[in-house]
Design a protein around this ligand. Structure first.
Ligand code: UDP
Length: 327
């Protein structure tokens, strides 16, 4: 069975990717430094603890496992923190990405799947964002991801490396089987914060800005179920194995929901009150990020199956009530 080196495999999206890779007949090798991930989430293949900033750690993982592909999820990903501490984002995301790409080439591994983001687009007057839109990130998180996209293009031109880049919109939900889910410490993402508020683990939720140019004044995002998202990764990997070249795909549903709408759906799904108040804007936030994802459908046959707000919140809520990880 082919092995796939999954950086960030102990994190939210990476752990779900490991599960679908295992189910698709691969051995997912988690490479993670556990800075934000959880060893409890590594359930579907071997664990190699290491740091992308240490090239020797990456080399050791390649030598031990000889993976035939890399899926690169490991990164810091909080917009607010990226604004206050851009150096952390450039050092880790950019530096770690460069080490990983160079190691992948040095160990003659040819297939690279990269987890990028709609934050590389930035605000563009509310237009549907497809893969042709210019990339003009508004924070160091998006900028560091775009830099790795550029790096992949350069290395692929000079070396025998093929890549698929997925630009995610907002990922939510959890494994419907309840084996793994989303758990950040501290939590900054909208859906788990709402669920913490529902479960009285926090006083309520502060909505970051109520004066955006949107129908209800709160930011609009395009939410995609984590299982749909990782399914696309397996399709992307198979596409690479057929040596089809290099390609960028957006992953979203094409439907936008405001923060207020997400809160309203959570109230219905959980049948509980969600205390909220409007606070100041969070710097670095875009007004509206909604995808055009037809390319993934047309070329990979990707169809989001679980990406309704109800389904995402229901799966996240199930996990929230039963699952957690411990250090
Ligand atoms: N958000 C909010 N309050 C919170 C957390 C998030 O109003 O406590 C908003 C945030 O401003 C954005 C949306 O929810 O408009 C999604 O934010 P999240 O951090 O989940 O993902 P991001 O869009 O930054 O990738």
């Amino acid at each position: 069975m082919n092995k796939v080196l999954v950086t960030g495999g102990a994190g939210y999206i990476g752990s779900h990717a490991c599960k679908v890779l295992r189910d698709a007949g691969y051995i997912p090798v988690t490479f993670d430094n556990l800075s934000t991930g959880w060893e409890d989430a590594v359930k579907f293949g071997p664990f190699h603890r290491g740091d992308l900033l240490n090239r020797a750690d990456i080399d050791a993982a390649f030598l031990e496992h000889t993976p035939t592909a890399v899926m690169h999820f490991a990164a810091f990903s909080q917009v607010g923190e990226a604004m206050s501490n851009p150096g952390k984002y450039w050092r880790n995301n950019f530096g770690g990405g460069l080490n990983l790409i160079e190691a992948t080439i040095a160990h003659e591994c040819r297939n690279f799947v990269f987890s990028s983001t709609c934050a590389t687009y930035g605000d563009q007057d509310g237009v549907e964002l497809d893969e042709h839109c210019p990339q003009q990130p508004q924070n160091a998180y998006g900028a560091s991801k775009r830099a790795i996209e550029d790096m992949l293009a350069d290395f692929s031109a000079s070396d025998d490396l093929n890549y698929v880049i997925f630009r995610y919109f907002n990922v939510a939900g959890a494994d419907p089987d309840g084996e793994i889910g989303e758990f950040h410490q501290p939590e900054t993402h909208l859906v788990p914060i709402i669920l913490d508020a529902v479960a009285d683990k926090r006083d309520g939720i502060t909505v970051f800005g109520g004066d955006y140019d949107t129908p209800d004044g709160t930011c609009i995002r395009d939410y995609v179920h984590v299982m749909d998202l990782v399914d696309a990764h397996v399709s992307g990997l198979k596409w690479l194995e057929e040596r089809k070249g290099n390609r960028v795909f957006n992953l979203g549903t094409g439907s936008g929901f405001s923060v207020r709408e997400v809160i309203d759906h959570a109230r219905v799904v959980t049948n509980r009150d969600v205390p909220w108040k409007i606070g100041p804007r969070r710097s670095g936030d875009c007004t509206k990020l909604v995808s055009g994802s037809r390319r993934a459908t047309e070329e990979l046959g990707w169809e989001p199956r679980l990406s309704t707000l109800e389904e995402m919140i229901r799966d996240a809520w199930r996990w929230h009530q039963t699952g957690h990880y411990e250090k």
